[in-house]
Write a protein that binds this ligand. Structure first.
Ligand SMILES: Nc1ncnc2c1ncn2[C@@H]1O[C@H](COP(=O)(O)OP(=O)(O)OP(=O)(O)O)[C@@H](O)[C@H]1O
Ligand SMILES: [Mg+2]
Length: 384
């Protein structure tokens, strides 16, 4: 590719006017990482004037903690010979990590940046186009907060209905059963007094009623527990997971090995998210896997997640569900009616976590969810 011609004074001033009219911050750096071009939008974005920035190292526009990493990125990019690359994006948008810029007043902002390189007679020139995405990030965070609150309200509602089913309906059915037993005994004693005994049809009817009441109590308890296990609210995540795993094995006859740190105490909304992700994963094993064994691991890992908003390292709550079943093609298109796995990912994304699903026909399935440990909670021993 021929080297670009040196612009005439007229062309240079037209280029400068064009760059100054751009809405995005545009700056160029030479091979040594010093700024050689800095447009008006860059002045507004970073709060430094062009006069202050021309000749300065690019590092001055990057928060301290990212400086080393940034130099490495540019070096790698330079080595690829690629002419243009988009970097950054907003967390939760599935576009990778957030990049951060540093303003003259010391404040930081999230940004989108694309970088391109050209060879000039005096060496490589890197041009960076930067957009402040604070508003977009805030809108996403507002949306995520709204979705989290809506999910919490749904859970509260389920919890209320579950409690009423359990406390009201199941109790009334139990009282009804007591009454039916009383009638059975009464008829038996009245019958023996009159020596005829109760009519066989009546006795059979009462036995049928008792069986029906038993089934109704069991169904009410099961529906209540499926809606939301009260143990999750009353005793916390660990007993709720133990209950879920036990009832999974009882219902489906599939052995489930649970590896969980008994001392784990996780607050809301993370606890519900972990519980629901496990619930859907086990339901999938029961529905699709034809597995004989399932392994569930729940643990806290020190410093392996990114904190919501800043991306700084925090502890992770990790949930792994692995089965030895038939597996499936995890690259195949989603069936339109299948919502479970999408729901898992959405739940994790709302909390700025991730779900990774690995499966192949004949090789079983592995679901791994990683959620940042809620901020404000004490750090794990030896953790960040
Ligand atoms: N553990 C598993 N073993 C085998 N196949 C699985 C497993 N988990 C998921 N699948 C496959 O992935 C598909 C998508 O799962 P997903 O949970 O999204 O939907 P679904 O279970 O079919 O429906 P629902 O919306 O009720 O969850 C399933 O239909 C099944 O083919
Ligand atoms: Mg499913």
């Amino acid at each position: 590719m021929p080297a670009p011609s040196v612009p005439t004074a007229d062309a240079a001033s037209r280029l400068a006017a064009l760059l100054d009219a751009a809405m995005d911050a545009i700056l160029s750096i030479d091979e040594s990482g010093h700024i050689v071009l800095y447009n008006r939008a860059a002045e507004q974005t970073f709060g430094w004037s062009a006069g202050e920035m021309i000749g300065q190292p690019l590092e001055r526009l990057i928060p301290d903690r990212f400086r080393g990493g940034h130099a490495g990125h540019v070096r790698k990019f330079s080595a690829t010979g690629v002419t243009s690359r988009r970097k950054g994006g907003v967390a939760g948008a599935g576009e990778g990590v957030v990049l951060w810029g540093l303003r003259a007043d010391g404040s930081e902002f999230p940004m989108d940046a694309s970088i391109s390189q050209i060879d000039t007679p005096t060496g490589k020139l890197f041009s960076v186009i930067i957009r402040d995405v604070t508003d977009r990030m805030k809108a996403r965070q507002d949306l995520a907060r709204f979705a989290t609150e809506a999910a919490a309200i749904r859970e509260q509602e389920k919890s209320r209905v579950a409690r009423e089913l359990h406390d009201e309906l199941a109790q009334s059915l139990t009282a009804l059963k007591m009454d039916a037993i009383w009638v059975r005994q009464y008829l038996a004693s009245a019958g023996s007094a009159s020596s005829n005994g109760p009519s066989p049809a009546l006795a059979a009817k009462i036995e049928g009623m008792l069986a029906l009441i038993d089934d109704s109590v069991a169904a009410t308890r099961r529906i209540a527990a499926d809606l939301r296990p009260l143990v999750l609210d009353d005793l916390g995540l660990v007993p709720a997971i133990e209950w879920l795993v036990q009832s999974f094995t009882q219902r489906h006859g599939v052995a489930c090995h649970l590896d969980i740190d008994e001392s784990l105490e996780l607050g809301e909304p993370s606890a519900t998210a972990v519980f629901r992700i496990l619930q859907e994963s086990l339901t999938n094993v029961a529905k699709h896997a034809d597995a004989s064994q399932v392994w569930v691991r729940v643990a806290r890992e020190a410093g392996t997640c990114g904190a919501p908003g800043s991306g700084l390292p925090v502890d992770c709550i990790v949930l792994q569900v692995r089965d030895d079943g038939i597996g499936f093609d995890d690259g195949a298109a989603r069936k339109p009616q299948s919502l479970g796995l999408i729901g898992l990912r959405e739940r994790a994304q709302l909390l700025e976590g991730q779900v990774h699903i690995a499966s192949a026909p004949g090789q079983g399935t592995r679901v791994e969810a990683r959620l940042p440990w809620p901020l404000g909670a004490p750090a794990a021993e030896g953790g960040a």
